[in-house]
Design a protein around this ligand. Structure first.
Ligand SMILES: [Zn+2]
Length: 490
């Protein structure tokens, strides 16, 4: 996938960023770009308005201060703002030039840039401007942490202290964490290193935690059967909420203090399994709209119920199959999703596909207050739809195939062979081909507000579900039901 240094060295021009953390009353970032090899008298630089993985406009350009452009001799170049997130540079035809600007620290969150006296986190889409029309250019980054900070981490490849990305999409997919960090004992899966680097990790048994995380990675990667990266890093940015998945890293809010109770442990493990499984489902197994990205306006898709919802569903299966939870835990988790969905008045108004598409205006979990009566969350309905599809495919194929086969087929046919995402029609076609029959009812549940016949679908897996959505195995399953239930939670 990555062209690497050879392609980089063949290019005549270069783009090298140096970003430093500047201590002040409020710490901030200073960014310097040294660039050359561009033709033309003007060049437009842009800062994305959002970052892939967090489907909300962040308007990063609003945090830029003290923009300045100079030629190679230090003479000022003319520039002017263009649109909400553009800076047009004039002059310096075919000459090297330098851009400098500051980026404000906002809040400690995985989709924001933040620095304080102990650590800094860079959400690269909000830090590094790209030259319009040249997003495929390779770029290198030097990071200057504050004094006394020893560790700078990212999923990006690094040689002699310089991070390198083959293009800006990879750069934007590679957050950077630095500061007074701790590295937990790393592990390998199929010979590939997985690391966990944390700021203020808390008080917990590190060895046990990493052994459990290894089981999660083993189980999750075993579902797809291929590990597509050379190394993987969990970047734990400190206590808080939220996480964002990347191709070979995940940025997560994390505190191991929560691992002391069983509920806390399951919650944290579910969350880490979710972010990890996303490197398949959404980063590689993805709707066609999610890449190349529209960095100006956001990339709308009707399939977040698959990309987010199925990733929630797989959290439950991964933990159970890894031996970290029980069948009862899976039943409880699905009940909670069904209950959350069924108790929303919006279930009569908004489909899961519409909730996916409207997330840019509705927010990640639907609207709140009175307007919330018009919306649902694909984080609630998506995992339920995943379970229904899984049960139906297993039932129709006498348990020869499952949703796992759908995910593997999508990975193979669209990510590995075609090198692109899939359309809604292609996704449905893979599901129906795997099931060997029409899945019109399941897709009605996704695309309309049609009431769900839970009893029928859960019965496929030998499960009964009551009026309060309590789920339990039926007393006398037939042989197919018994086989499906056993294999589903193996
Ligand atoms: Zn997610």
């Amino acid at each position: 996938m990555l062209p690497g240094l050879l392609a980089y060295s063949r290019q005549k021009g270069k783009m090298h960023y140096t970003v430093s953390v500047e201590m002040a009353d409020t710490p901030y970032f200073h960014v310097k770009l040294e660039a050359s090899g561009f033709a033309g008298d003007s060049l437009l630089f842009k800062l994305p308005a959002w970052t892939p993985g967090y489907y909300q406009l962040m308007h990063y350009a609003d945090q830029v201060r003290h923009f300045d452009a100079k030629d190679a001799h230090g003479n000022a170049l003319q520039w002017k703002r263009k649109g909400d997130n553009g800076w047009m540079i004039y002059g310096g035809k075919k000459m090297p030039f330098v851009l400098e600007y500051d980026v404000r620290s906002t809040r400690p969150f995985v989709a924001a840039n933040y620095a304080d006296k102990e650590r800094a986190y860079i959400s690269p889409a909000g830090m590094f401007m790209y030259p319009d029309g040249h997003i495929r250019r390779p770029v290198s980054i030097s990071v200057r942490p504050a004094e006394g900070w020893t560790v700078v981490e990212s999923g990006m490849d690094r040689t002699k202290g310089v991070f390198r990305a083959p293009d800006f999409d990879i750069l934007y997919d590679s957050p950077i964490l630095m500061g007074k960090l701790e590295e937990l004992p790393a592990f390998t899966v199929k010979g590939i290193w997985h690391r966990f680097v944390a700021y203020r990790a808390g008080d917990f048994d590190r060895a046990q935690f990493m052994a459990d995380l290894q089981k999660i990675v083993q189980t999750a990667s075993g579902i797809i059967g291929d590990i597509p990266y050379q190394h993987y890093t969990f970047l734990a940015i400190g206590p808080g909420g939220g996480g964002i998945e990347h191709l070979n890293s995940a940025a997560v809010a994390f505190s191991g203090d929560g691992l002391h109770t069983r509920e806390g442990k399951i919650r944290i493990y579910n969350f880490l399994a979710h972010e990890y499984f996303h490197h398949y489902n959404v980063k590689r197994i993805r709707p066609v709209e999610l890449g190349p990205f529209d960095y100006d306006h956001g990339s709308k898709t009707r399939l977040l119920w698959v990309s987010e919802g199925f990733t929630v569903y797989y959290e439950y299966l991964i933990l159970k199959r890894a031996g970290l939870t029980t069948a009862e835990d899976v039943f409880k988790a699905l009940k909670a999703n069904i209950l959350a969905y069924e108790s929303k008045p919006g279930k009569l108004v908004q489909s899961a596909a519409a909730a996916s598409y409207e997330t840019w205006s509705d927010g990640p979990f639907g609207r709140s207050g009175e307007a919330g009566k018009q919306t649902i969350s694909y984080y609630d309905k998506g995992p339920v739809l995943g379970a229904l599809l899984d049960f139906r495919i297993r039932h129709e194929t006498k348990n020869r195939y499952s949703l796992d086969d759908v995910m593997r087929t999508l990975y193979r046919e669209y990510y590995q062979k075609a090198g692109r995402g899939f359309t809604e029609q292609e996704f449905r076609a893979v599901c129906e081909k795997t099931a060997g029959t029409s899945l019109a009812e399941c897709f009605d549940y996704a695309n309309t507000v049609r009431a769900i016949d839970y009893k029928k679908y859960f019965a496929y897996a030998g499960l009964d579900i009551d009026e309060q959505f309590n789920i339990r195995p039926v007393a006398q399953p037939n042989s197919l039901q018994a086989a499906i239930l056993k294999d589903w939670l193996k």
